[in-house]
Design a protein around this ligand. Structure first.
Ligand SMILES: C[S@@+](CC[C@H](N)C(=O)[O-])C[C@H]1O[C@@H](n2cnc3c(N)ncnc32)[C@H](O)[C@@H]1O
Ligand code: SF4
Length: 451
């Protein structure tokens, strides 16, 4: 049997599985969390701890048809200005609850398009954050950058604020694909953005590209990846295009018959993967590539790679606070999500209360299963010694869990005294294998195709 038919037999081309940036996944959050519990989790942070902070800017000037992110189009600065005022108020509210001496190991601005902020708003927002929590000595401040919504003045403001990692949205360089996905971005525009960023001494550069886009062929994928490699990013996220028009209505602009089949998606992924590996990049988890000296590669080599709502990270802090509409926070005790709509979020913050909506308190074996799933997603293995030393589970019960997974994915998994390992030929199934360790109702689990 060929490898592809083996993967087909195991359901890779039909399954819909979560991306496991959390466990349980967001559809399992309940409405009952409440802002008091969120505040109590903030109080429980150790004084002097390093934490991560995520700020969400849910606005864009252009609304790309392919995009599944929750974002609002605006040509005017006034709603953006009003939103930043509310975000600053939320930061001030956080300051009232945060223990002494907390610093930031990571600060990430995402969206939407944070680069649509005017230079004065960028400066104001950064000052508001750093007045409450300064960056830790080796902290990283990263910002999602749309090259189409970017200029010297905004970059100068970001660099002056301390941005030291840029994440650029590319998707694909092919003009026909760009036209079909409603995102025109000539190669020269991306190249210029990269040069502007490097000219400010910001050398850490991530780029997002997609496989599975309409009209994407292996030849087009090859050309786009080679163009991207000519810009030498130190990290690349190679995400599978999620076509979910029932959730992101503008994707209806993309004709379904222009989309590659699931089998072709796998070939497109493998084409890009081969090119990155040939060029000396390391493969990080299921969808990232990084140069050998990048923090993600180092974390992978040392068993410290982690996964959170922003994907893969080398950040070791166990608290990630998300501010802004729809943002999700993670604590050792559970998850808390802000109200998703900008109006509900604004109303809560203007009333001087947190905007906590849905969330989840870890219970039962959530933390155990969450860690096993994270290990699979990061390292393609579960190390028994780590699990047994951190969680109350009998060795025999753990081995029974492994054997159950191994029988569901014959020839793809290896069970040994050290633990469970996904064989190289089974790596494409990683999210499906992770789902095997998910104890929640799988019908609610998520809609993204397994490849
Ligand atoms: C929230 S967007 C912000 C990027 C920034 N606004 C820009 O346009 O460059 C972050 C990334 O999400 C990814 N993304 C958006 N929609 C997606 C989809 N339908 N499937 C897979 N990835 C998607 C894209 O790779 C995008 O660069
Ligand atoms: S890809 Fe970026 S610019 Fe385009 S709609 Fe999504 S968030 Fe906005």
């Amino acid at each position: 049997m060929t490898q592809e038919s083996q993967l087909a037999r195991l359901g890779l081309f039909d399954a819909k599985v979560p991306r496991y940036t959390s466990y349980p996944t967001a559809p399992h959050f309940s409405n009952e969390l409440g802002m008091d519990r969120f505040a109590s989790w903030i109080h429980a942070i150790k004084p002097g701890a390093e934490i991560s902070l995520y700020l969400h800017v849910p606005f864009c000037r252009r609304l790309c048809w392919f995009c599944a992110c929750r974002t609002q189009g605006t040509q005017s600065d006034s709603p953006v200005r009003a939103y930043i005022e509310v975000l600053k108020q939320e930061i001030a509210l956080l300051a009232q609850h945060l223990p002494e001496g907390v610093t930031l190991s990571r600060l990430h601005w995402g969206g939407g398009t944070p680069t649509l902020l005017t230079p004065d708003l960028i400066t104001e927002l950064a000052e508001a954050v750093f007045a409450v929590t300064p960056m830790a000595p080796r902290g990283e401040f990263s910002v999602e950058i749309d090259p189409n919504e970017f200029d010297d003045a905004r970059l100068d403001a970001l660099a002056a604020a301390g941005m030291n990692r840029a994440s650029i949205g590319v998707q694909d360089f092919d003009p026909k694909i760009q036209e079909t996905i409603g995102r025109i971005q000539p190669f020269e525009m991306t190249r210029d953005a990269v040069e502007m960023i490097r000219a400010r001494g910001i050398t850490s550069l991530n780029a997002d590209i997609l496989f599975g886009l309409p009209h994407q062929t292996r030849a087009r994928m090859t050309e786009s990846v080679q163009k991207l490699l000519s810009l030498s990013p130190d990290r690349v996220a190679l995400y599978g295009y999620a076509h979910v028009p029932w959730m992101a209505r503008r994707q209806n602009m993309i004709p379904t018959d222009s989309l590659p089949s699931p089998q072709d998606r796998l070939r497109l992924f493998e084409t890009a993967q081969r090119l990155f590996l040939w060029d000396g990049y390391r493969e990080i988890g299921i969808d990232h590539f990084a140069t050998a000296d990048d923090g993600l590669s180092i974390a992978q080599r040392t068993g410290k790679l982690r996964r959170n709502f922003q994907g893969y990270t080398d950040d070791q802090s166990d608290v990630l606070i998300g501010l802004g509409a729809s943002s999700i926070s993670r604590f050792p005790q559970g998850y808390a999500q802000n109200a998703p709509s900008t109006s509900a979020y604004t109303k809560a913050i203007r009333n001087d209360t947190f905007a906590t909506g849905r969330g989840h308190v870890f219970q039962g074996d959530d933390s155990l299963r969450g860690r096993m799933i994270e290990m699979l997603m990061c390292d393609f293995e579960i190390r028994s010694d780590e699990i047994l030393s951190q969680f109350h589970i009998a060795p025999a019960v753990l081995t029974a869990l492994y054997r159950d997974a191994a029988s569901a994915f014959p020839e793809m998994l290896e069970v040994s005294p050290e633990g469970l390992r996904i064989r190289p030929e089974g790596k494409a199934l990683t999210r499906m294998i992770a789902r095997h360790f998910d104890a929640y109702d799988l019908s609610k689990a998520g809609h993204s195709s397994a490849i």
